[in-house]
Write a protein that binds this ligand. Structure first.
Ligand SMILES: [Cu+2]
Length: 155
């Protein structure tokens, strides 16, 4: 009988939808987590490659000085430590021709932790501290040139 057969087929279809939908949602969300630790003189990423999408970024300053983080989406194949700098050894954010700033975390005091969701598109990102300070001796110290940079690949 036709009615009996339909009654069997429909629950199977419903079961197939129930199985496939959690996978579909996970794929659509993308992103993931990115843990970043800053200190003198490095920027350490726990993850170096992430899928594009909304990324839960956690930043911690484990150092003794104040830092910041700038995310630059690169238009260049240069390594994160080879970007053009000004005379101080910092990146001139106003004259930058090798990428676009997409995110900034400023005022990262020692011990400070910050959380924020950042949407990142596929590409290469330099994540760096661009602070410049003058020592008592008069010497100018650019955190970028001291080694505070890392590369993130978003796929
Ligand atoms: Cu710094």
């Amino acid at each position: 009988m036709l009615i009996t057969r339909k009654a069997i087929v429909l629950p199977l279809v419903a079961a197939a939808i129930a199985i496939s939908s959690p996978l579909a949602l996970a794929k659509k969300g993308g992103g993931g987590k990115l843990d970043i630790e800053v200190r003198e003189w490095n920027v350490t990423l726990r993850e170096q490659t992430l899928p594009a999408g909304d990324i839960d970024v956690k930043v911690k300053n484990s150092g003794k000085e104040i830092h910041e983080l700038v995310f630059i989406k690169l238009d260049t194949d240069l390594a994160s430590g080879r970007l053009p700098t000004d005379r101080d050894g910092a990146i001139d954010e106003k004259k930058m021709n090798f990428g676009t700033i997409v995110q900034e975390f400023e005022g990262l005091d020692p011990g400070k932790k910050v959380k924020e969701t950042v949407n990142l598109k596929p590409g290469r990102y330099a994540i760096l501290c661009n602070m410049v300070e003058q020592e008592d001796s008069g010497k100018v110290e650019a955190h970028y040139s001291q080694g505070m940079h890392s590369l993130l690949t978003v796929e």
